[in-house]
Design a protein around this ligand. Structure first.
Ligand code: AMX
Length: 452
């Protein structure tokens, strides 16, 4: 299937011309100012990179190629039920065009073929003479209790051997204008392989019950969509869980370029490191508690709340519990955001999903109660810029309802989804000839001398 690749290729000349004209016409214009506060505050607010696939507005939330999440739910084709499928989002991110049903189906089939080939080859090798070690051997060599995110990131590195970009670069025969073609192949391979590897990590290291555990290479059902197959490989075959997976993998895919996982992938990729190296770097950032690990932290915190509150979810007791979290020096996980200044639309669509599929779930009642209480408690601190919930405040409660109760796996699912956004931009960055990143840093002494 080269329909998507051909469409990207056909857009490259006009995109490059557009960027060139932008540079020629406005190259000397200023896009903002940098204050010492911004420099010392994690570069917050500095406009410093081009990132085409999505744009975050502090008040409207995320837009994927201009479309909000409700618009994605309405417009993207390929739906099995109500939720969009991530294949359709991937097509949109790469081409800036809502695909047709046929285009989505062709991309789905392509990804599933890549996934099936990968899983079959590894399984055959496992059963055979072991002449060639594979990523699952690398994972088996890690202690079972290694954090699942560390395993996923290590798996990316272990699969680098398969990089077509790496091989072509080493051959010395690849022109600069062809880089993107091999980045594309690696990116699609990686997007297809990650759910297989993640499902393996889940069944080997996360589940506790012997009956659900496995260290076999998962079996891919290439007739399914990517999300449904992921759910099935993990052992969850209900239509509701597959639908949740479609929503989950779609909404976590991209959140413009400055967040830690997207920026780390982008930065490392700018050195012409291949997608396996680049996305592994992104995953390492996603594994941090202030970023993707927050979804794991949220569920731990909700469980703590359940124990402490003993079913009493009255406003007063819940408020005291939240205040005690702050008093103990911790952040309230799942609340706050570096850029957003409203309830995350990704939280809202997950809430809608819960209202439709599991309104009576006890933990969902707690999450709803927290939504009423936490913002005021955070506002009262006088320092939190955004007291509203982010995506991570809601994802765990949905997953646990459908049986995915092992919260140390949640960030891995985030990572599987994030590959779609980060790797789409990586393809475009090489296609459009973006420069290697090299911002200037200064010492605090340099600042003092400048202003004293
Ligand atoms: N609970 C307690 N305090 C919080 C808070 C929260 N949820 N959110 C922000 N604050 C505090 C900060 O720690 C900071 O305190 P300090 O001045 O004493 O260091 C102060 O409020 C100002 O911070 P801010 O400008 O509002 O936020 P930020 O841009 O520095 O950080 C974020 C953003 C997400 C790291 C922060 O809100 C946070 O720690 N939230 C909890 C963790 C979380 O949910 N992360 C997931 C984010 C989404 C994602 O990437 N998946």
């Amino acid at each position: 299937f080269d329909g998507l690749k051909a469409q990207i290729e056909s857009q490259i000349p006009s995109e490059i011309a557009r960027l060139k004209a932008l540079k020629t016409k406005y190259g000397q214009e200023k896009v903002g100012e940098v204050t010492v506060n911004m420099l010392m505050g994690g570069m917050r607010g500095i406009v410093g990179m081009l990132y085409e696939t999505s744009l975050l507005d502090a008040n409207d939330g995320i837009r994927f190629r201009g479309l909000t999440i409700p618009e994605l739910q309405e417009k993207l084709p390929g739906k099995r039920d109500r939720e969009p499928i991530p294949e359709a989002l991937l097509f949109l991110l790469l081409t800036n065009k809502v695909p047709t049903e046929k285009e989505v189906e062709a991309l789905r089939a392509d990804l599933m073929e890549r996934a099936e080939k990968f899983a079959k080859e590894c399984a055959m090798n496992d059963a055979g003479n072991k002449s060639k070690k594979n990523v699952f051997d690398a994972l088996r060599a890690l202690p079972e209790e290694t954090h699942p995110m560390t395993q996923l990131s290590a798996a990316c590195l272990a699969m680098q051997n398969d990089s077509k970009f790496l091989k072509m670069y080493a051959s010395g025969t690849m022109k600069k204008t062809e880089y993107w073609k091999y980045i594309y192949e690696d990116a699609l391979d990686l997007i297809a392989k990650l759910p297989v590897v993640a499902a393996y990590i889940y069944k080997r290291s996360c589940v506790k019950e012997a009956a659900r555990k496995s260290s076999e290479v998962p079996t891919v059902d290439a007739s399914l969509d990517l999300a449904a197959n992921f759910s099935q490989m993990m052992g969850f075959s209900s239509n509701e869980c597959k639908e949740l997976m479609r929503l989950y993998l779609t909404i976590h895919a991209d959140h413009e370029g400055g967040n830690v996982s997207a920026h780390a992938t982008h930065l490392v990729g700018s050195a012409l490191s291949d997608p396996y190296l680049s996305f592994s770097a992104g995953l390492n950032g996603l594994a941090g508690p202030l970023h993707g690990l927050a979804n794991q932290e949220v569920l731990k915190w909700l469980k703590e709340a359940q124990v402490a509150l003993k079913g009493d979810y009255s406003a007063e007791t819940v408020k005291t519990f939240v205040e005690n979290t702050l008093k103990s020096g911790r952040v309230v996980p799942g609340y706050g955001h570096a850029v957003l200044r409203r309830t995350d639309p990704r939280y809202e669509c997950q809430r809608e999903f819960a209202l439709k599929h599991m309104p009576d779930d006890e933990m969902f009642q707690l999450v709803s109660r927290l939504y009423e209480i936490v913002p005021d408690v955070l506002k009262a601190t006088g320092k939190v810029q955004n007291p509203w919930p982010n995506v991570d405040a809601h994802s765990g409660v949905l997953l646990q309802h459908f049986g995915i109760k092992e919260e140390n796996f949640y960030t891995v699912m985030f990572g599987v989804s994030r590959s779609i956004g980060c790797l789409s931009q990586l393809i475009l960055s090489r296609a459009h000839g973006y420069a290697i990143e090299r911002p200037k840093s200064v010492t605090s002494k340099w600042l003092e001398e400048k202003f004293q």
